[in-house]
Design a binder for this molecule. Sequence first.
Ligand SMILES: NC(=O)c1ccc[n+]([C@@H]2O[C@H](COP(=O)([O-])OP(=O)(O)OC[C@H]3O[C@@H](n4cnc5c(N)ncnc54)[C@H](OP(=O)(O)O)[C@@H]3O)[C@@H](O)[C@H]2O)c1
Length: 347
Amino acid sequence: MAGTVRTAVVGASGYIGVETLRLLHRHPGVTLIAITSERYAEKAVGEAFPALAGLFPGLVFRKLDPAALAEVELVFLALPHKESMEVVPDLRKAGKRVVDLSADYRLHDWRAYEEWYGVPHTSKELLAEAVYGLPELHRDAIMTAGLVAVPGCYPTGAILALAPLLAHRLIDEQGIIVDAKTGISGAGRKPDLPYPFPEANEGVTPYGVPRHRHLPEMEQELSALAGIPLAVSFVPHLTPMTRGILTTAYAPLHGPAEQAALLDLYREYYRGAPFVRVSAALPSTRNVLASNYCDVSVRVDPRTRRVIALSAIDNLVKGGAGQGVQDMNLMCGSEETLGLEGAPVFP
Ligand SMILES: NC(=O)c1ccc[n+]([C@@H]2O[C@H](COP(=O)([O-])OP(=O)(O)OC[C@H]3O[C@@H](n4cnc5c(N)ncnc54)[C@H](OP(=O)(O)O)[C@@H]3O)[C@@H](O)[C@H]2O)c1
């Protein structure tokens, strides 16, 4: 990377925004020149977030004003869906490259967006240029993109668990079931807590059954891999942990499959994907915490002739901010791993 990229984080006071700050702090290719928050406008970073005290000298939250981002080259948007598409058109007109962490540009078909998100899509003209920011599938397109839509957290885990099976036509495409467990930070840092501690702790709760908003995104990408339209059954669960998503996906096999051969096929598929760690060992959210890794494994169940594919990610890193930084690295012609080399936190 020649010089550093002048960057802003919009929506920097949410969980994804703060995680983006944490990752950019140690990124050698970035100069962070602007951060926005309505709630903390005019406060210094350390004042609003004592965890980051002293790490961003002189940086102060400002209210969002696209006109105030004139000096910025690349903008991370960590806003709720619907808010992103209010600002992306102006940013693109001003020539800014955009890494959008919301759902606004992930679906190629605006009709699907309107059906699943229940609001009009007001920026349809930019959907054709938006690239789905999963580097393991779309690395080349991301490198030249002006607008990258960072995948949702659940789709990241599900797609990376299933991609090799679909790409090699090994499973019945219409028989896929995805079960996932998330930490509570997946719901964001709303002023009114959506899940108060006494109601979220010591329990596991399914939600969004059978129509969670991440389904059309999973189906868009898995269908492209399969080469035919497919539908997925998906059940997410809220679990009493702060970060992490464990995904367990089940699918009927077309024919007999050897466990060792499947693992080799996964290793080959993800050769050159620095953040996917394929292993015979079953993944755990514990082993990827605060890192950009996605741990993947696959097991054959000969009794039921099904395959079980599993993945673990940190929803705020590979499921969000880390993947956004990985996309930025590719967009800027930098090493894909730059600033993301940190080991997971253990225990
Ligand atoms: N949480 C996850 O695991 C995860 C993973 C992947 C993707 N995402 C996506 O990333 C985005 C951010 O998620 P999050 O979990 O960080 O949400 P969050 O904690 O609720 O943060 C939302 C951010 O947006 C700002 N904001 C909200 N409404 C705004 C408005 N009208 N104008 C300007 N700023 C506004 C908030 O700022 P103030 O309140 O300070 O004004 C805050 O900084 C969402 O689209 C989400 O779907 C989340």
